[in-house]
Design a protein around this ligand. Structure first.
Ligand code: UTP
Length: 289
């Protein structure tokens, strides 16, 4: 059976990033860098690798730097060319004319509301959602692995990663059904279950492949955990009506919306780099000795 391909990737980037203040007061959280690349670029590259050709940002006030990052920077390019510097690091970022598409979430009412703001662009197609503050490192990337699984089972797919049982109240938690390799049937998904009520320790990191019907559900939103319109609550209504699976990623996840996770990502990726790895390793070894 063939399923409609996943061409559209939605990046909700309208959140306030309060856990990362003061860095995020005047700068979008998604522009925080891991080594030398902003989080949003890692996520966009992951979506392009997975075959998505329409990039959709759901932005808000103060997010202009995100738009500029994917645009032409005439002064920079002209100066670099004049000085004979390599353009390799900036040329690849620029997207094709007309992309990304930007839609606006006027108020940060929650992830479900942010995704719904992209409904006119998504239309009647299955689509991916990537939360850029969750940095996924793997070969191939997380979304590509999910798309490969989607091509076999169709329907809705969400990430399914184990967390410490004490942490389940921070995430969307899956009630698992049958397991088949990296795929787990999803029987239920609950956003931030109160302590002691989680049905598993399988959380949903920020990667989703969703059917367009979720937008119809979000037309009539309900306020969920944290007083926000939760994507999890809307997705949960598709369970039982459409195929719904969790996908366990073969790779590493860094929660870069959290300060400790972001520092860990920088350290891990810096140590792997040929150019700066040795210097960072030497320093880290001395620091820990
Ligand atoms: P987070 O839960 O990390 O929220 O959102 P946040 O507001 O960005 O950060 P904190 O918790 O205050 O530190 C997950 C993703 O959903 C987007 C965020 O931009 C982030 O990429 N989001 C969240 C929206 O686009 N709109 C919202 O209303 C909420």
């Amino acid at each position: 059976m063939t399923f409609k391909p996943i061409r559209k990737a939605v990046f909700p980037v309208a959140g306030l990033g309060t856990r990362f203040l003061p860095a995020t007061k005047a700068m979008p959280k998604e522009m925080l860098t891991v080594v030398d690349k902003p989080l949003i670029q890692y996520a966009v590259e992951e979506a392009l690798e997975a075959g998505c050709d329409q990039i959709i940002f759901v932005t808000g006030r103060g997010k202009g730097a995100l738009e500029d990052h994917f645009d032409v920077s005439y002064e920079l390019e002209a100066t670099m060319k004049a000085r004979g510097k390599s353009m390799a690091l900036i040329e690849g970022i620029r997207q094709k004319p007309g992309s990304p598409v930007y839609v606006r979430q006027q108020e940060p009412l929650g992830l479900g509301h942010a995704v719904w703001c992209a409904r006119e662009i998504v239309g009647d197609e299955p689509f991916a959602v990537l939360l850029p503050d969750e940095l996924m490192v793997g070969e191939p990337g997380f979304l590509k692995q999910m798309v490969q699984a989607y091509e076999k089972v169709g329907g809705n797919l969400i990430g399914a990663l184990e967390v410490a049982p004490a942490e389940t109240d921070k995430y969307g938690i899956i009630t698992p059904g049958k397991v088949d390799g990296a795929l787990t049937e999803v029987l239920e998904v609950v956003e931030k279950p109160t302590k002691g009520t989680a049905k598993s320790n399988l959380m949903t990191p920020g990667r989703y492949i969703l059917q367009p019907e979720v937008m119809k559900i979000l037309d009539n939103p309900v306020t969920g955990a944290g007083g926000e319109i939760q994507l999890t609550d809307a997705m949960a209504q598709l369970i039982g009506k459409q195929p719904f699976h969790g996908y366990t990623f073969d790779g590493r996840r860094f929660d870069c919306g959290d300060k400790a996770g972001w520092v860990q990502a920088n350290l891990a990726l810096a140590l792997e780099r040929e150019d700066i790895g040795p210097a960072v390793r030497g320093f880290a070894q001395k620091l820990l000795a």
